[in-house]
Design a protein around this ligand. Structure first.
Ligand code: HEC
Length: 213
């Protein structure tokens, strides 16, 4: 008698088992393998302990993640028919963001902070757009000192008039005093927390592909 799915015990077992194995390979194993090779190809640098601390402060203590996203959006309606590339959505392009973020750029970001609110600009490439540490200190101390129309809140408590103690790699840094800060003391120091947050911001230097890493 020819084997029949309705009558053969072997077929009743083998058919669903092989479908299951094929699905596991296609849905889980192949995508995982290609994701790990893409990450390797881009050589995404690991996050340093200092930047990792900054990321924790950014996410949990100072809630920067509430107002900022880290996902530069593409405008699929304007996709280039020839090469398939997608331009940046106009709302993100106004901050000089070039090229939508891609999945592999989130490598080592163990909790990708895509964000929800775009109250402030997307920060995924802030390390490229604003590479100056001093600028970030001025901006955190008083955002309006460098972005006059900014509605971002100030974080003066991340700074101190006396030199604070270092915490691990987070060595306090002296802030150059500019007029816009409205600070009349002699010295202003970025605390270890401010140093860590800025280290994290500078590590956000996507898109990686553009940097030819
Ligand atoms: C209440 C909302 C809000 C919070 C909270 C917030 N920001 Fe902002 N942020 C803004 C706005 C609004 C701007 C400026 C937009 C503009 O200049 O048009 C901005 C600008 C910035 C910029 C400059 C970006 C650029 O392209 O010019 C950086 C960097 C930044 N914020 C970092 C942070 C960090 C770090 C924290 C947490 C310590 C934080 N922000 C918390 C709203 C916020």
């Amino acid at each position: 008698m020819p084997s029949n799915i309705h009558t053969s015990h072997r077929m009743v077992f083998l058919l669903p088992a092989s479908i299951y194995i094929v699905l596991v390979v296609v849905i889980a194993i192949l995508p995982a393998m290609s994701a790990s090779t893409e990450e390797k190809a881009l050589e995404v640098p690991p996050v340093t302990p200092l930047a990792a601390w900054g990321r924790e402060l950014y996410r949990e203590k100072y809630n920067c993640v509430v107002c900022h996203t880290q996902q530069i959006r593409g405008d699929v309606r304007r996709r280039n028919e020839v090469d398939g590339s997608v331009p940046v959505l106009a709302a993100d392009a106004r901050f000089g963001l070039e090229g939508p973020t891609t999945a592999e750029e989130y490598a080592h970001q163990e909790a990708p902070m895509l964000g929800t609110q775009r109250t402030g600009p997307d920060l995924m490439s802030i390390g490229i757009r604003m590479p100056s540490r001093q600028w970030h200190y001025w901006h955190l101390y008083k955002p309006q000192s460098v972005s006059p129309d900014s509605t971002m809140e100030a974080y003066p408590y991340l700074f101190s008039s006396e030199k604070p103690k270092a915490v691990g790699d987070a060595v306090p840094e002296k802030v150059e005093l500019i007029e816009g800060l409205g600070y009349d003391g002699d010295e202003l120091w970025a605390t270890p927390e401010a140093v860590a947050i800025v280290e994290y911001l500078l590590s956000l230097d996507r898109p990686l592909a553009r940097k030819n890493r």
